[in-house]
Write a protein of this length. Structure first.
Lengths: 224, 224
DNA sequence: CCAGAAAATTAGTTACCCCTAAAACAAGAT
DNA sequence: ATCTTGTTTTAGGGGTAACTAATTTTCTGG
């Protein structure tokens, strides 16, 4: 089942999957930004993906792409690798949550199905990675996960941190330094309308912390 | 220090290092056979390696190549990755010794120095992989290891299996099925001059086993 | 509605790493 | 000294995946 795709193709599929979740479609520019390549390179690759033996994306010029069923299956398979690896690196090798992403990004393309299976078993078939992202199951279902964005909460709302959708190590260190890690519980104590800043009081902490929208839009929570 | 080289370059360096150990030099054809590529491809890559910014090999037309000091350092670094990974796969994920090589061959090119360091520490800075090959130290020294070939022993010689230099899974399963795994001890009970077959009685086993030269030349032992 | 900005595509290169076919070389046999 | 065999190199080519530069399409404001 693996080794069908090049590393580059896998990266594109993963990126398109991710962008489609929030935007419905993935545009050339968006993909280019995430993958750090020129837009022209994306156009070229999109044509390959659309022209593959079973097409992996549906492509309409100037309108971006959506994954086909085949493309979606491949993407989820890679995401399972990635998230299992992240948890494995943390649990077995003592990586911190800001370090796991970069290493998993390289390993995800080369591990065998056997390796995947073994770490899944060692970890006890986990459902979420260190960032709280759901780990697709063996049959590629996505486990239930929080979809309520922290940015939508207001003062006096209480809840639990469930997921941090960001891979910037600096930001992740900042957040864990302030106790903002799943499954911390918290109370919103402040909100400034113009800039969207939220003040959070994490349970068991002295200092409250103020977070801008750039951050609160990346954090998903469960309301109490 | 890593990411200087492509996967292909790393494979060539590793192969040249290995061939140089037994043959002094590595010829184009030998390299081509090991890497399963056409001889012409090897000539091309050799030129790249010899023309690199610090040259990685010394190249004389029609005479094969030797690694430069820079090339040797790079090769040993990769071999350290490979052998640490093999042991890690066996110890941590329960791989059998015939499965570790193939997986390590892919992983060795993508793990970070940090990953290397972490598995080395988890394993307690081991000196040998599951096959008994020495694992280069952090400063790239090769630990002492057996150099006496089993094929040189004769009836009534006793010794200990120290190293099996072969990666064929079928052969490795055959050997472990017969208890021929480091550090098993044994007595040579027979020898046929014409074909070089040796009969081995492994301590603690009922059945003796007859091994051809194809096999005994790949096994290194310590004589009692 | 149309001009200019933004987004996307085409065209043309480059680098990597493999291939086949054919020519050149090395070295022992005649 | 030449032939023959096997090894090695040259020449030419293909696929992947990136790039820049120039062009085309789409969107948006006046």
């Amino acid at each position: 089942m693996r080794d069908q795709f090049t590393h580059a193709i896998e990266d594109y599929l993963k990126t398109i999957y991710d962008l489609s979740l929030t935007h419905g479609r993935a545009s050339t520019t968006q993909i280019a930004e995430v993958l750090n390549v020129a837009p022209a390179s994306v156009t070229g690759m999109i044509k390959r993906l659309a022209g593959a033996k079973p097409p992996l994306v549906e492509y309409q010029k100037h309108r971006g792409v959506v994954l086909t069923q085949d493309g979606k299956i491949a993407a989820i398979e890679i995401i399972r690798h990635h998230r299992l690896l992240e948890l494995f690196l943390q649990e077995t090798l003592g990586y911190s949550w800001d370090e796991v992403h970069a290493e998993a990004d390289r390993l995800e393309h080369v591990i065998s199905e056997d390796f995947e299976e073994r770490i899944a078993r060692v970890l006890g078939d986990p459902t979420h990675n260190p960032h709280g992202d759901p780990i697709p199951t063996r049959d590629l279902e996505i486990p239930p996960h929080a979809t309520l964005c922290l940015s939508h909460l207001r003062p006096n709302d209480r809840g639990t941190i469930r997921r941090v959708r960001d891979t910037d190590p600096e930001l992740l260190r900042f957040l864990s330094d302030h106790g903002i890690v799943p499954p911390a519980s918290f109370t919103v104590t402040g909100y400034t309308p113009f800039d969207g800043n939220l003040t959070l009081q994490i349970n068991g902490r002295d200092q409250a912390v103020v977070l801008g929208m750039r951050i609160t839009q990346q954090i998903y929570v469960e309301r109490e």
